[in-house]
Design a protein around this ligand. Structure first.
Ligand code: FAD
Length: 352
């Protein structure tokens, strides 16, 4: 089967690589791969701390994808011949005051009710668990099973693994993208992130802006060993750097880095982890998450030739393994696996 994948973000590349592993002849088309959201994403693989009320179906998908990550990463390393940067680091969610504590206690009750593994820690315990935290930390939650992946090493490994499986890469013209019908392929996978509606009019996907910072330790600043999450900010350790993020702004296609956002992120992060204020600010970035009306992805067939894999919003990196496997299975067997059944692109919740 000849498959054209539209989009070389984390979803398109993962789909292309997994389909090629199953014997398909795959070509990826993208006018601007450097714009993909995963270039700036934090790379947290954190289904338990990412839990939001009312998103239980999404939780099941997130957990299933997290379960697949170890073998996905190992097979990727094998095909790419390099390490995609998948590590266990655990997450501490931190309360700075009594209001934060109430929010964390609600989250904890919800997590326990769903049978998730999470520890409630006192202020002293959370500071002992993560010594980079400010002395003012009032309490927190610890999720030891959370992982993270280095977003840029992951993208590079996916490109190399796809190349090793003979996936073709075509840089299309942004002004003149090929018409879907004109693509010489038996199946077309639309994985163009928030721009997917330009290819399939009516898809309910929109951009949600995220601004993010990278800071480097000069050896004197104490930075965390775990992912640290406050209510408004997170700090993700990445070698000798940390990623501080992220704003969530429903403002359309805006790629401007705003001084106020940088200020707020630094202020909130330094409040949680004082060492942030001593670190070198090396990068301010911005990305556009592909969001849907119910915050869950669109994965499935639209017609006999067209499959959609987009709308992964806050969790596209976490969800790459389960999405890619589901699309490959759908193309091979004609049936989408049960795990993605609630996320079909024509479900009522996402109809425009
Ligand atoms: C600040 C920030 C932090 C994040 N942190 C995390 C995190 O910690 N964990 C996590 O799991 N997720 C995180 N995310 C979300 C994650 O990055 C996204 O969900 C994911 O990258 C979406 O991938 P995608 O491939 O669907 O879309 P995109 O990354 O948007 O890629 C789509 C690609 O399609 C291309 N394209 C556009 N138009 C066309 C066309 N006409 N034809 C062909 N190609 C086209 C684009 O150029 C682009 O390369 C974060 C996102 C942001 C912005």
């Amino acid at each position: 089967m000849r498959v054209a994948v539209l989009g070389a973000g984390v979803i398109g590349l993962s789909v292309a690589w997994r389909c090629a592993r199953r014997g398909m002849e795959v070509t990826v088309h993208d006018p601007a791969p450097a714009r993909a959201a995963a270039n700036v994403a934090a790379g947290m693989l954190a289904p338990v701390t990412e839990l939001h009320a009312g998103e239980e179906a999404l939780l099941a998908l997130n957990l299933e994808s997290a379960r697949r990550w170890p073998s996905f990463a190992a097979e990727l390393a094998g095909d790419a011949g390099c390490d995609p940067g998948y590590v266990t680091c655990g997450t501490v969610a931190v309360a700075r005051d009594l209001d934060d504590l109430r929010v964390l206690d609600d989250l904890h009750a919800q997590q326990v009710g769903l049978g998730l593994q999470v520890e409630r820690l006192s202020g002293r315990e959370v500071r002992r668990r993560e010594p980079a935290l400010a002395p003012s930390a009032r309490g927190g939650l610890f999720v030891g099973g959370d992982h993270q992946v280095d977003n840029r090493r992951l993208l590079s490994a996916l490109r190399r693994a796809a190349g090793a499986r003979a996936v073709g890469m075509v840089t299309t013209s942004p002004e003149d993208p090929p018409a879907m019908r004109a693509l010489d392929a038996d199946a077309v996978v639309v994985a163009a992130g928030w721009r997917s509606p330009a290819l399939v009019p009516g898809l309910a996907v929109r951009p949600v802006k995220g601004q993010v910072l990278r800071l480097r330790s000069d050896g004197r600043s104490v930075l965390p060993a775990h992912v640290v999450r406050g209510l408004d900010v997170y700090v993700v350790p990445r070698g000798d750097e940390v990623v501080v993020g992220a704003t969530v702004e429903d403002v359309g296609e805006d790629l401007t880095v705003r001084a106020g956002a940088v200020h707020d992120l630094l202020h909130d992060a330094a409040d949680l982890v004082p060492g942030v204020a001593e670190a070198e600010l090396v990068e301010c970035g911005v990305g556009l998450r592909p969001a849907t009306p119910d915050n869950a992805p669109l994965i499935g067939a639209l017609d006999e030739r067209t499959v959609v894999a987009t709308g992964h919003y806050r969790n596209g990196i976490l969800l790459a393994p389960v999405t890619a496997d589901a699309v490959a299975e759908l193309l091979v067997s004609g049936e989408a696996p049960d795990v993605v059944a609630p996320f079909r692109p024509e479900r009522p919740a996402v109809r425009r």
